[in-house]
Design a protein around this ligand. Structure first.
Ligand SMILES: Cc1cc2nc3c(=O)[nH]c(=O)nc-3n(C[C@H](O)[C@H](O)[C@H](O)COP(=O)(O)OP(=O)(O)OC[C@H]3O[C@@H](n4cnc5c(N)ncnc54)[C@H](O)[C@@H]3O)c2cc1C
Length: 393
């Protein structure tokens, strides 16, 4: 494949996109590479946006992970501030918002996700989402002691923002229709510990109740719940999940179904691959199509996609990993956490907020989670896929 690959185009200039470029060069690809991204900034990292950037611990420029000099060394043709609006698979071209086109022999799609919006009320002043550095800076200027923040959505993003806002002395409520925070990621048992962590830090948690509407004329003043109760608000963060950024691929002939659907090698069509938050690929070991919205996966999948574009043709079968930081808690998890898992604490004690848990489904360990026990986690990771009895040996 390498000899037929004169020109590669990578769309999405963030962690997955940049890692594709670095991998191609590291593996000896000498052709031309264009990296296209619609944001105007040099590529930057998102995890600190809801942590160090919001609390003010870091200046905004610290999130940049590749400066102009490193990108120069990669001999990459950078198209920042450029939005891809179409893909013609027959002509093998990507079209941009200004109607310019780039032709390619190989294409990697790394356009990530965009935050979901509320069906109504989202345009009121004081209503925020958090995905970009611009979003983080806009929110940060509004976080002042004593102001009231309502976070809609108790996933990892909503919980991290709640923690940062409490650190800054704000009054914080979290609302979510599900029974406990982070239930989709961590299940009910550990979700209850997340709820108690937040309550101990003074967050008012309203789980198991939906939002009816936002209140206010031009500026948000409150959030009305399905119960009729009203939470007063100066600010609202909407953190209700994301959708893959695939609008520009509509009608291209690629299969789109909550992401760019790929085979086990991250291939969406001949010479076309996807990586990172936008990719839904067939995971051979899990026997399912999955899509993962976590930082480590974006890097690992980008390496796999680039290597396969060069002809390796190897299935991508990672053990998914993510972490989240809230107050003094670092929660890290490897594997998968199906909703009907049971949870066994194998080390430490949840009451001391230092423990390791196994997630068990059909007598097999599908995931391991560490709460403030980073060292123990590496050893426990080896148990994923084992039966409970084998793990005890
Ligand atoms: C606030 C925040 C905190 C996070 N914290 C954690 C954490 O603690 N732990 C963890 O594991 N993960 C965390 N994540 C998730 C992690 O950041 C993502 O998994 C990672 O950024 C995915 O990288 P990506 O390159 O696939 O997509 P993205 O980082 O979303 O990049 C996609 C890029 O493509 C651009 N783009 C989209 N459409 C187009 C188009 N049509 N044309 C051109 N460019 C386009 C986008 O603007 C964007 O720059 C966090 C995410 C956020 C937002």
């Amino acid at each position: 494949m390498t000899d037929r690959l004169g020109r590669v185009v990578v769309v999405g200039a963030s962690v997955a996109g940049v890692t594709v470029v670095e991998t191609l060069r590291r593996r000896g690809f000498d052709g031309s590479i264009s990296l296209v991204g619609d944001e105007p900034h040099a590529p930057y990292d998102r995890p600190p946006l809801s942590k160090q950037i919001l609390t003010g611990a870091w200046a905004a420029d610290r999130v940049t992970f590749r400066d102009a000099a490193s990108l120069d060394r990669l001999r990459v043709d950078l198209w920042l501030g450029t939005r891809a609006v179409g893909l013609d698979l027959g002509e093998r071209t990507v079209e941009f918002h200004d109607r310019e086109r780039l032709s390619f022999d190989g294409l990697v799609i790394a356009t990530g996700v965009v935050p979901r919006r509320l069906p109504a009320g989202h345009d009121l002043a004081g209503v925020h989402v958090l995905r970009t550095v611009g979003d983080a800076l806009a929110l940060r200027t509004q976080l002042h002691p004593g102001r009231r923040l309502v976070v809609i959505g108790a996933g990892f993003l909503g919980c991290e923002v709640a923690a940062a806002a409490r650190k800054l002395g704000m009054q914080v409520c979290i609302v979510d229709p599900l029974p406990v925070p982070m239930v989709r990621q961590l299940g009910e048992d550990v979700g209850r510990h997340v709820a108690s962590l937040h309550r101990d830090h003074g967050v008012d948690i309203h789980c198991g109740v939906a939002v009816r509407r936002l209140l206010g004329d031009c500026k948000v003043t409150g959030v009305e719940l399905a119960t009729g109760a009203v939470l007063d608000a100066d600010l609202v963060l909407v953190a209700i999940g994301s959708t893959p950024a695939t609008d520009w691929l509509t009608g291209s002939g690629l299969t789109l179904n909550d992401g760019v659907v790929c085979d086990a090698t991250c291939r969406a069509a001949p010479g076309v691959y996807a990586a990172g938050d936008v990719a839904r690929w067939w995971h051979d070991t899990l026997g399912a199509h999955i899509r993962v919205e976590h930082r480590m996966n974006a890097t690992e999948q980008a390496i796999a996609a680039a290597t396969n574009l060069l002809g390796a043709d190897a299935p991508f079968t990672p053990v998914p990993y993510f972490w989240t930081d809230q107050y003094d808690a670092r929660i890290q998890a490897y594997g998968t956490f199906p909703p009907n898992c049971s949870v066994a604490i194998v080390r430490g004690d949840p009451d001391e907020r230092r423990f390791i848990a196994h997630y068990i489904h059909d007598d097999r360990i599908t995931g391991v989670l560490a709460w403030n026990m980073p060292k123990g986690l590496r050893a426990e990771r080896a148990h994923i896929g084992q039966s409970v009895a084998d793990a005890r040996l």
